[in-house]
Design a protein around this ligand. Structure first.
Ligand code: GLN
Ligand code: ZN
Length: 771
């Protein structure tokens, strides 16, 4: 086996420090540039990343630098590499069967009637991957040599890098059965057919000059996949026996990030591979297992998920503890790929200097790994200065003003703060106060964020539009949205959220304890990136946030105007959150700020208030044993936020998915008066689940799939409504789209809403006849 470097990272951001890849890819999609230009930009980015990583201290020729570039998504990369694409895209293959870059994008994004691959969350991160579709008909064959060419490209530039590829078990475990597959088909059953392609790929990588390859197998840590931990471990043993036994291959590192490896560690230790990377941020140092004596253990001690500089001395302690397990070698690494953090803190010129000194983005984390590696080689005293500096920053952080705010901490919580009066009492009070028709019509909150809105916001941020002019612009926008809803005949109106760039950042900008970045972009999916806020201190609300907008919008209509807030769990999930106290404590601080906002909205005459929690499901821990505690604090924080609302105030919540099953008890426990969910894509299938579990509060199953530009017809919506009315009592039902309308255009939105109103009118007619 070739020696493994003392320090490495599991992956590096690929979007570019200024989102160069996004711009290049979108220009190509729009036909503003050609393939050659796009490939050149990507090659330049890869070259810049290699040089940058080398200058930060990773070795040029010892495989320390990961070759982890992706044009869109690493799961899609692996699927395309092994040829696992849906048959509906088969005609996009070249005559030799290979799949080129334009085809790769088309499969990712869909084309006309041919649906794109579905997208879903990557483990417990905020990154979304493309779900491969695999069935008995899928043919596996090496269909793209892109990763091989990248290794060659690196060699030509004087580097020996370590290609990173999603491994066969994770690829299949994350896949869904293709449309053609029979009922109950399990993609994992295709493992033996897939593995030979990996063998072939590894031989090609070896020939191209790769000395190490990294196979990412995070499926091995998850207890939230359809396959059980035992099935996944068995699959890994089978696959690695073949891949590891191949005649010509690089040395193999199997990485299992995002949680503890548990029993699967023994399986990897027994496999014919050379190195194992484990997550020591989420998991603790494991007990020794058989088979480690000839393995490299790569300790993921630097948090790849979060942006804190953290406890470097503690990280080194973990590496020393790892050394006691009897492995051939220990190396320092990040816990996950750095794809979840922005590039570089030094790109933030406006961030408070003291706050910046507590942070580590990707480049700073690389420096931390390099320091730890030096410590492993030369002993702790060689890096004492670095360890001490990190400890000093940590101590500074714990004592800094705002991190602990006496006024926030002295707010006492009583049990009663988490509960409202009984639902029956609330239902009666609300029926009397609100006077809503049967099957009330509403929307989820946002209306289209037009080019005009984005332009005005950009001008305002650049100082080209005064506060007054911007406010006037936004008020006109609200006027239009209110008028449109009046014309359409909706029952509960919204103001449209034109003032919000993003449903979390908007609150972060208006609460104490948060900071926002200039260049802190993190890939969300494909060419999309978000800029999470940093929640670093105790959270409080210096002044009302949404009240002015809600009151203004309410003044424009005699109908009810819905107040619109983002819930505590979602605010945490889509921010970088402080790691120095339990998440539940932080969530309760956010909840108290929202609680005050609700009090103010009520006092200003807003009778219906929605608190969105689309992220409730996504933060669910991967390990079953952690889930109950999570659901407990997350639900409680929502209840604390809403628990002060009067009986007659109607509290709504919105969740963005229809996988009700796992979290149904939690949704019930939120005790919102009305919950809107996605249902259009499942053709209302979720209504059956809701009826089965006896959920008896208000429910708004979506009738319009806002992810698609398609306008649903009146008949189509009517049939969805009839299915809902058949399965659930009318008094429970609300009519709304699946989610907010901000990504849609006005034409399709107006037409779709008009069809929803008409379909509702038809169904209401029948109800009043039968009533
Ligand atoms: N109120 C938000 C909107 O309509 C909710 C969006 C979401 O749940 N993702 O945009
Ligand atoms: Zn939603």
């Amino acid at each position: 086996m070739t020696a493994f470097p003392q320090g490495t990272i599991l992956g590096y951001p690929r979007i570019g420090r200024r989102r160069e890849l996004k711009k290049a890819v979108e220009a190509f999609w729009a036909g503003r540039s050609d393939l050659v230009a796009l490939e050149q930009t990507a090659a330049d980015l890869r070259a810049a990343s290699r040089e940058r990583l080398a200058s930060l201290g990773l070795g040029r020729t010892d495989s320390a630098i990961p070759e982890s570039f992706s044009y869109y998504d690493q799961v899609h990369d692996a699927a395309v590499t092994v040829g696992a694409i849906p048959t509906r895209f088969d005609n996009l293959r070249e005559t030799d069967g290979s799949i080129g870059l334009p085809a790769y994008f088309t499969i990712a994004r869909g084309e006309g009637e041919r649906a794109a691959l579905e997208m879903t969350k990557w483990f417990d991160s905020n990154y979304h991957y493309l779900v491969p579709e695999i069935g008995p008909e899928t043919t596996f064959s090496l269909s793209s040599d892109r990763v091989v060419r990248q290794v060659e490209e690196a060699v030509a530039a004087g580097f020996v890098t370590r290609p990173v590829i999603v491994g066969p078990v994770t690829l299949l475990a994350l896949a869904k059965a293709s449309d053609a597959a029979p009922e109950g088909f399990d993609p994992l059953s295709r493992l033996d057919d897939l593995v030979p392609v990996y063998v072939e790929l590894l031989a090609r990588l070896r020939a191209a000059g790769a000395e190490w390859v990294q196979l990412d197998e995070p499926a091995l840590v998850s207890e939230s996949l359809p396959a059980s931990a035992e099935q996944l471990a068995d699959a890994a043993a089978r696959a690695l026996a073949v891949i590891g036994g191949a005649a010509s291959r690089p040395s193999i590192l199997v990485a299992a990030p995002y949680a503890a490896l548990d029993a699967s560690l023994a399986v990897l230790a027994a496999a014919p591979i050379e190195a194992i990377a484990i997550d020591l941020v989420r998991g603790s140092v494991p007990a020794a297992v058989e088979g480690l004596a000839d393995k490299v253990l790569v300790g993921g001690v630097i948090d790849g998920h979060n942006i804190w500089r953290g406890d470097l001395a503690g990280a080194f302690d973990k590496l020393e503890a790892l050394g006691a397990l009897g492995a051939a070698q220990v190396a320092a690494s990040t816990s996950t790929s750095l794809l979840h953090v922005p590039h570089d803190v030094t790109d933030e010129s406006k961030l408070d200097e003291r706050l910046a000194s507590w942070l580590a983005f990707a480049d700073q984390k690389v420096e931390q790994v390099v320091a730890l590696a030096r410590g492993l080689g030369s002993g702790r005293q060689a890096i004492q200065a670095e360890l001490d500096a990190a400890s000093a920053a940590l101590a500074d952080r714990s004592n800094a003003p705002g991190v602990r705010d006496g006024a926030v901490r002295s707010r006492e919580l009583a049990d009663g703060d988490f509960s409202r009066v009984s639902y029956a009492e609330r239902e009666a009070a609300q029926a009397e106060a609100l006077g809503l028709p049967a099957l009330p019509l509403t929307t989820i909150g946002s209306f289209p964020q037009t080019g005009d809105i984005r332009r005005a916001r950009a001008q305002y941020i650049r100082g080209e539009l005064s506060q007054d002019d911007y406010d006037t612009f936004l008020r006109r926008e609200v006027d239009t949205v209110v008028e449109l809803q009046e014309d359409l005949g909706l029952d509960v109106l919204v103001h449209g959220e034109p003032e919000r760039n993003d449903m979390v950042q908007y609150f972060a900008e208006n609460l104490s304890g948060f900071s926002v970045t200039e260049n802190g972009w993190v890939q969300s999916y494909g060419s999309r990136a978000t800029r999470p806020s940093i929640l670093w201190g105790d959270v409080s609300r210096p002044a009302p946030i949404t009240v002015g907008w809600s009151v203004y919008a309410q003044s424009k209509t005699a109908k009810h105007m819905k107040g619109m807030l983002t819930g505590p769990v979602t605010i945490l999930a889509w921010s970088f959150v402080r790691d120095d106290q339990p998440l539940g404590e932080t969530a309760n601080q956010v909840a108290l700020a929202l609680r005050d906002e609700i009090t103010d909205l009520e006092a200003a005459g807003i009778a219906i208030i929605q608190v969105d929690e689309p992220a409730l499901r996504e933060l669910l821990p991967l390990k079953k044993s952690d889930q109950a505690a999570y659901l407990n604090w997350s639900v409680n924080s929502f209840r604390l936020a809403t628990g002060g609302a009067a009986a007659a105030t109607q509290v709504h919540t919105h969740l963005c998915y229809s996988e009700f099953g796992v979290v149904i008890d939690a949704i019930r426990a939120l005790d919102a008066d009305v919950t809107s969910i996605e249902a259009a894509r499942s053709r209302m299938g979720v209504v059956t689940d809701i009826a089965e579990v006896g959920f008896d509060h208000g429910i708004g199953p979506g009738v319009y799939d806002i992810h698609s530009p398609r306008v649903p017809t009146v008949d189509e919506i009517e049939s969805l409504l009839r299915r809902a009315v058949d399965e659930l009592p009318t008094r429970q039902l609300w009519i709304n789209p699946d989610c907010g309308l901000k990504t849609r255009g006005y034409d399709e939105t107006t037409e779709s809403l008009r069809n929803i109103v008409e379909a509702t009118r038809r169904v209401r007619e029948d109800i009043s006849v039968t009533a």
